[in-house]
Write a protein that binds this ligand. Structure first.
Ligand code: UD1
Ligand code: CA
Length: 455
């Protein structure tokens, strides 16, 4: 098989986004849009991905890192000029160059796979992916001869009225033979309405130099995939389409989504079958959820792993690890580095941060547990607070297996409550409580008889 390489054009500013952020870095489905394009190229088998950067070059490179190689287009003189910038880097590459745009995040890998296969089977010099649109305004038009053979692409601004009537457009996605592409690029100029070096002019040049039999235009099956993002409105529309795709694929794999209109799940999230997602739920980042769990309603889960048969309702959890058979909620905040072992129960109005909670332990109501190592079968009474911060440093609280903490307790860290020990309700514990002891730290009650009558 011929080697495949992708050049992704991403030097433009994206003026209509009205943003300080380069257009291609705007996020869709939890990922910068250009990353979706890189992934599609990867799926199609591109061994190397070269991104042409210009506006905001540094932030594009920092964001994408080692996922791609980069060439700079200092001035945006047109799409042809952009591709030329990759010329030196591609010297000696003998294969197919796929040219893509960084602003088409809906493009599927399988669509590119098909395009590459056709291009290589035809041994073409160039193959253009085209789309038929009811409203082709703004796009380059695909001009074919009477036999349906492509002759050239004409930009909207340079087109005659008969050319404007054509509704087959250039999607901006192509495959080229490397040598043919860079030879043809040497002949392009900027004598056109926009004064730009058009990549599209390469088609006309190759038809003339190599013959019609070497240049092809193939139509995409699903026009939606080639939509380019130019505005915040397009961004919202694309988000909706990607989101729906993700939900459909989850449902196809056995996940129940109660309400597809109010469920937001990022592309990279993995969910096992027979889990139910209730309405108004966001599941984001590198999150995995096991079988038979129930998430939502009204929950937001980010970068967390969640086990099987676990329930999270009205919960915000980020950067957490949650085991099997855990119940959480309602109104719970699980902050980074919270690890809940199997069978843990977290009830209403509880916040947990940077803490381990052992198997079968319970924090049923109104508590703050921070920087704590909690053993198995610990019971935390309502209103318990770990006093983990002295104004300068954070300190840890250790609650050993089977410890029983009475209601409304302050545990002033660093402090340890030993195995099986009890803490009396209302205590402010500042010293360790040994195993099997009772820690009491509160004023004794005294009743003043007849006080009300004397008042
Ligand atoms: C281009 C095509 C048009 C096609 C349309 C599909 C040309 C001349 N026209 O038009 O036929 O229908 O895409 O969306 O190619 N870019 C650079 N450097 C530049 C100019 C552009 O990197 O100097 C990048 C942009 O960031 C963008 C992509 O190339 O990602 C396309 O550029 P854009 O200006 O949007 O091209 P169109 O005018 O839409
Ligand atoms: Ca465009």
């Amino acid at each position: 098989m011929t080697d495949l390489l992708a050049v992704i054009l991403a030097a433009g500013k994206g003026t209509r986004m009205k943003s300080a952020l380069p257009k291609v870095l705007h996020s869709i489905g939890g990922k910068p849009m250009v990353e979706h394009v890189l992934n599609a190229a990867q799926t199609a088998g591109a061994k190397r991905k070269v991104v042409v950067v210009g506006f905001g070059a540094e932030s594009v490179e920092t964001t994408l890192g080692t996922q791609a190689e980069y060439v700079i287009q200092a001035e945006q003189l047109g799409t042809g000029h952009a591709v030329m910038q990759a010329g030196d880097l591609l010297q000696g590459f003998d294969g197919t160059v796929m040219v893509l745009c960084g602003d088409t995040p809906l493009l599927r890998g399988q669509t590119l796979t098909k395009l590459v296969a056709e291009h290589q089977a035809l041994q073409a010099s160039a193959t253009v992916l085209t789309a038929c649109m009811t409203d082709p305004t703004g796009y380059g038009r695909v001009i074919r001869d009477d036999n349906g053979q492509i002759l050239k692409i004409v930009e909207q601004k340079d087109a005659t009225s008969s050319e404007l009537a054509v509704n087959e457009v250039n999607t901006g996605i192509y495959c080229f033979d490397r040598a043919a592409l860079f030879d043809a690029l040497r002949s392009i100029n900027c004598n056109n309405m926009q004064g730009e070096y058009y990549l599209t002019d390469v088609i006309d040049i190759l038809v003339k130099s190599q013959g019609k039999a070497k240049v092809y235009a193939v139509q995409v099956d699903d026009v939606e995939e080639t939509l380019g993002i130019n505005s915040r409105m397009h961004l919202a529309e694309a988000e909706k389409i990607l989101r729906r795709r993700k939900l459909v694929s989850l449902m196809d794999n056995g996940v129940t989504i109660m309400d597809i209109d109010s469920t937001f799940i990022d592309d990279q999230v993995c969910i096992e079958p027979d889990t139910v997602i209730y309405p108004f739920t966001w599941i984001e980042g590198a999150t995995t959820i096991g079988r038979g769990s129930a998430i939502g309603p009204n929950s937001r889960i980010q970068n967390s792993s969640i086990g099987e048969n676990t329930t999270l309702h009205f919960t915000y959890a980020h950067d957490c690890q949650i085991g099997n058979g855990v119940t959480v909620g309602p109104y719970v905040h699980l902050r980074p580095n919270t690890v809940l072992a199997d069978g843990v129960k977290i009830g209403n109005f509880v916040e947990v941060k940077n803490s381990q909670v052992g198997t079968g332990s319970k924090i049923p109501h109104l508590s703050y547990i921070g920087d704590t190592d909690m053993g198995e079968k610990v019971n935390i009474g309502s209103g318990t607070i770990t006093v983990n911060y002295d104004g300068k440093k954070k300190h840890r609280t250790i609650l050993e297996d089977g410890a029983f903490i009475g209601c409304n307790t302050n545990l002033v860290a660093p402090v340890t409550v030993g195995k099986g020990a009890y803490v009396a309700a209302g205590s402010t514990i500042t010293k360790d409580v040994p195993s099997d002891a009772l820690g009491v730290a509160r004023a004794r009650q005294s009743n003043i008889e007849g006080w009300v009558n004397r008042k």
